[in-house]
Design a protein around this ligand. Sequence first.
Ligand code: ZN
Length: 254
Amino acid sequence: MVITFTAIFGLLIGSFLTVVVDRVPRGASIVSPGSACGACGLELGPLDLVPVLSWLALRGKCRRCRTSIGIEPLVLELTTSTLFVLLAMKFHLSWELGAYCTLAAGLVALSWIDLKTKRLPREIIYVTAVIGVPLLCVAALVRHEPKRIWMMLLGAAIALAFMALVYVASRGGMGDGDVRLSPLLGAYLGWLNPGFVAVGLFLGFTLGAVVGIVLMLIGRAGRKTAVPFGPFLAAGTMAAIWVGQPAIDLILHR
Ligand SMILES: [Zn+2]
């Protein structure tokens, strides 16, 4: 029941994120005007906005002018929904679930914008933090584990300190958006276990390095090409939610 609900809720949030990733980088309002076809201006009705199904029914084209609307809505809706379901399986019906779904939605939007524009809009980082951090605090108190609030702050500090060092050492190779995002990621992983912050950063940097090398090998990127790093940090963070504990066990029990 919780799973079904989070799956559908994830699709709806993913549909909303399609609007966010289109408008926030342009500085446009995310509430008005309503969604419209970018080519012919046809205003989308409720039926056009049903996640996934409307896209499949119209095969990704505008109902009137048949201009392709791309796979963006489908990718964002399915990714968000999948993450929400995985989180629901881990956290069940709880305040944590709300908190971590907020993170997932924020990271999906940020990653997609970073891939398209090589920017991480601070508005999305702040909105995610303003909704997510209070939820994490409530979750800690509801569980009678107030120490998690300190773990959260410690995680944020570790991530920020590390990324600030990398920022200085890389002399412009690392974007300031990545540094700005890092305390939020650290807070979320720290809430679970401050050790997870190291796991998340390690996974993010490893993934970034592997993809960077592959892009260079296949000639899609030179040594100087700016590769958006936000999606890797986001992926490392999300992965650490599940693999953080096994990774720490592996290191400590060796
Ligand atoms: Zn159209």
